[in-house]
Design a protein around this ligand. Structure first.
Ligand SMILES: NC(=O)c1ccc[n+]([C@@H]2O[C@H](COP(=O)([O-])OP(=O)(O)OC[C@H]3O[C@@H](n4cnc5c(N)ncnc54)[C@H](O)[C@@H]3O)[C@@H](O)[C@H]2O)c1
Length: 356
């Protein structure tokens, strides 16, 4: 019988419960321990999941369980410390939530800790398992769009929530290339003090080494996706090639035009559908070195550096070359430089998140 992998999940909020539930539902995994600093939430999660090892200290729980997989779904202010606990626990794979970090300084630390340990890691950009996301990926890979020259992404949600997703899927649709440089602008200080600290609006360009050009808008000034009602899912990500184009709307299916005509289909982001394959690929990768997880850290990290380079360009001006060579605190840079003027909106429904 195939090996059953022991899992510890830390942070039993919305995403922690999604992860723990999906691990428990898969016969290849057993959630052997959970951790949460909120005692009531911890007890509630332990009862729901039927887990006996529980605690408020992640290092203690990990030491007791000695998991194969250390998964953490804490808010983005806690990253390197959790990666260190995961490595010290002896886990073979760390599963973490996006974003990888809030600054390149911490991102470098996470990258170096993982690099030195040789441990596998994955980052939860699980939208890519949606049938509509995959359809666009398949069209790109099939060559039906010709040579891809431009990729684009927009989201009304703010940077630390959404940019990591946008960049990850843009890189996927461009063939996962290295980025050579970015240039960006930012506006609005409202969300700089959020737990997902971000300028209210950031927009910019990415130039990839394979010649593909990326265009991104994220936050208050991003355009409407009128086909989608749910504000958080007003995201449009697409690829244009020499023979056609294809795009996915996070909450509204996909469409394409190729030399053979127009096509479209359904699909909407759905945690219940997207989590199981994301979780299954962890077992596949642990079973077989060659079955590398689609959300592997090395790939996600390249997207993370693009996001940090956007922040540097917005804060300091001009183009920023990649890969980044020196660490910085990009949020501090933005706090110093984003003008103290109210952000201007693109759609009225964004006013509730970016109030005057
Ligand atoms: N991939 C996605 O689609 C997606 C969607 C939503 C959120 N996220 C990301 O997931 C992460 C968590 O978001 P959420 O919405 O689940 O937040 P949440 O607030 O619902 O849950 C976070 C939990 O972590 C707990 N926590 C904080 N510090 C801890 C510690 N040291 N030890 C143990 N527990 C601790 C908190 O008490 C809380 O219960 C964020 O990074 C967010 O950006 C990803």
């Amino acid at each position: 019988m195939a090996e059953k992998y022991k899992v510890v999940v830390v942070g039993m909020g919305k995403r922690g419960m999604h992860h723990a539930t999906a691990f428990q539902a898969n016969p290849r995994f057993e959630v052997a321990g959970i951790c949460e600093i909120d005692k009531a939430r911890l007890d509630d999660a332990a009862a729901k999941l039927g887990v006996s090892v529980k605690g408020t200290d992640a290092a203690e729980v990990a030491k007791t369980v000695r998991p194969d997989i250390f998964c953490f779904c804490t808010l983005p202010n806690i990253r390197a410390s959790m990666v260190r606990i995961g490595i010290e626990s002896g886990a073979r794979l760390i599963a973490m939530e996006k974003p990888i970090a809030l600054t390149s300084a911490e991102g470098f630390e996470v990258r170096d800790l993982l690099g030195k340990s040789g441990i596998k890691a994955v980052v939860s950009h699980q939208h890519r398992y949606g049938e509509h996301y995959r359809k666009v990926g398949e069209l790109v890979a099939s060559g039906a769009l010709g040579r891809i020259h431009t990729v684009y992404g927009t989201a009304t949600g703010w940077m630390m929530h959404m940019l990591s997703h946008l960049v990850d899927y843009l890189r996927w649709y461009s063939g996962e290339p290295e980025a050579e440089w970015v240039m960006a602008q930012a506006a609005g200080r409202g969300k700089l003090t959020d737990i997902h600290p971000s300028p209210d609006y950031i927009a910019g360009f990415i130039h990839f080494a394979n010649g593909v050009h990326g265009v991104i808008e994220c936050g208050a000034g991003a355009p409407d996706v009128p086909e989608v009602d749910y504000w958080w899912r007003k995201c449009r990500i697409g690829a244009q090639g020499t023979d056609g184009f294809a795009e996915v709307l996070t909450g509204g299916g996909w469409r394409a035009v190729t030399k053979d005509g127009p096509y479209s289909g359904g699909g909407s982001m759905n945690y219940d559908l997207d989590m199981p394959p994301y979780i299954q690929e962890m077992a596949d990768w642990l079973d077989d070195e060659n079955k590398v997880h689609a959300c592997n850290f090395a790939s996600a990290y390249k997207g993370f550096e693009i996001m940090m380079a956007f922040c540097r360009s917005a804060a300091e001006g001009g183009q920023v070359a990649l890969p980044l060579s020196t660490p910085a605190d990009e949020i501090a840079l933005l706090r110093r430089s984003v003008p103290d003027r109210k952000v201007m909106l693109a759609i009225p429904s964004s006013a509730k998140e970016y109030p005057a």
